[in-house]
Design a protein around this ligand. Structure first.
Ligand code: ZN
Length: 389
């Protein structure tokens, strides 16, 4: 099916809000009525929009409203973490239709991990489903955004240099979008925020530390896709040590080397606690262990000094803390608040909200699904998306 470029523009307007009447769409686009009508007819023919109720005007008969028909296709989504993936089948609005979780170990490499993820994704499909229009996946490592290639990941053994879409394409002749996990979560928080936070910083604190940036209502990938690599910027220690600690990336003194789950585990083990990794840290935290709480509070301060710089550069309205250590809540947030307030301009912090994620387990899937839908339905890609069907 051939759509005019303007039909794609109109679809973007229709997808951006509640169902609207022809007159409202004319006001929003500035187009003449005849143009609006012609473009709506195209979108109706393509079954991308459908009538959705009527608006009661001041006079005359009610005017029909038109909205995006998200049921025509599905999105295959996987939010892949270090030890588990959440997979979902969504409609074109990113609403989850079916989902499941797959345990895995990211260091088993792409063949094993992608095999597990694909098997579970396929098990979510049922006869009679709308066709898949695209596949989106987030991964816990640096992703070259133009190619979906994993580049020098700290924890993804066997993935370096792997262009994930190339591995998936023999199985899926679909648009395939690969995102970094923190970028996906940041976008998910943006989509879920009420009122909509167009400038938002997400910090994922788990075993490692990563960040995703939404600025002016867009994900900031940077030139290659490496934007938001907060964990490997220089950290300012609470207690200056003789030598900055070695990081997993090979440098010394990174924020992650003080505040990542692995670093907290290292420090607790040095304190004499029986700790080998993040799960042990979380166990001690739950038990109210004062050493664990103190180390997590110190981690919050190191994160805060790094985030203060980010706040000065980006002036977000929200900082959202996600990842497994977000369950530490105020123990982690208080140091962030303190250092951000002390080291940023008052104008940048006056209305700044610093909080943990309300839906840490779902927000990655939400972010990938919405980023994928925005991509395949964008005016410049819509014709190609429809041509594949
Ligand atoms: Zn590092």
């Amino acid at each position: 099916m051939q759509l005019s470029p303007q039909a794609g523009d109109l679809l973007r307007v229709i997808r951006s809000g509640a169902p609207r009447t022809r007159a409202e769409l004319g006001d929003l686009t500035g187009w003449a009525r005849v143009t609006v009508n012609a473009r709506i007819d195209e979108l109706l023919d393509a079954r991308l929009v459908r009538p959705m109720g009527a608006a009661n005007g001041a006079r005359g008969r009610p005017a029909g409203r038109f909205g995006f028909d998200a049921s025509q296709g599905t999105l295959l989504i996987a939010d892949v973490g270090a030890s588990a993936a959440r997979v979902a089948r969504c409609d074109l609005n990113g609403t989850v239709l079916a989902q499941d979780t797959v345990p895995l170990f990211i260091g088993d490499g792409p063949d094993t991990v992608l095999g597990l993820v694909i098997d579970r994704l396929e098990s979510l499909r049922a006869p009679g489903d709308a066709p898949a229009w695209g596949l989106g996946m987030s991964l816990p490592g640096p992703i070259e955004i133009s190619t979906g290639r994993v580049v020098s990941p700290p924890i993804m053994t066997g993935w370096n240099g792997i262009a994930v879409p190339e591995l998936l394409r023999p199985r899926y002749d679909l648009p395939i979008l690969i995102l970094n996990d923190s970028d996906a979560m940041a976008w998910g928080e943006h989509v879920r925020s009420v009122p909509r936070a167009d400038d938002l910083l997400l910090v994922k604190v788990g075993t490692g530390v990563g960040a995703g940036i939404v600025a002016n209502g867009r994900i900031v990938y940077g030139a290659q896709g490496a934007a938001g690599d907060l964990g490997h910027t220089v950290g300012h220690p609470v207690h200056p040590r003789e030598a900055p600690p070695l990081c997993r990336c090979g440098k010394t003194g990174c924020i992650e080397a003080y505040a990542g789950g692995w670093a907290i585990a290292r420090d607790l083990a040095a304190d004499g606690a029986a700790v080998t990794g993040l799960n042990d840290v979380l166990r001690l935290l739950q038990a109210g262990d004062p050493r664990a709480i103190q180390r997590i509070r110190e981690a919050g301060r190191v994160l805060g000094s790094g985030l203060a710089l980010a706040v000065s550069l980006l002036n977000p309205s929200e900082i959202v803390v996600a990842g497994q250590l977000a369950v530490a809540g105020e123990h982690l947030l208080s140091g962030i608040r303190e250092h951000v307030a002390a080291n940023s301009l008052p104008l940048a912090t006056r209305d700044l909200r610093i909080r943990t994620s309300d839906s840490p387990n779902e927000v990655g899937v939400t972010g990938v699904a919405h980023a994928l839908a925005d991509w395949i339905l964008a005016p410049e890609h819509l014709a190609a998306t429809l041509a594949r069907l």
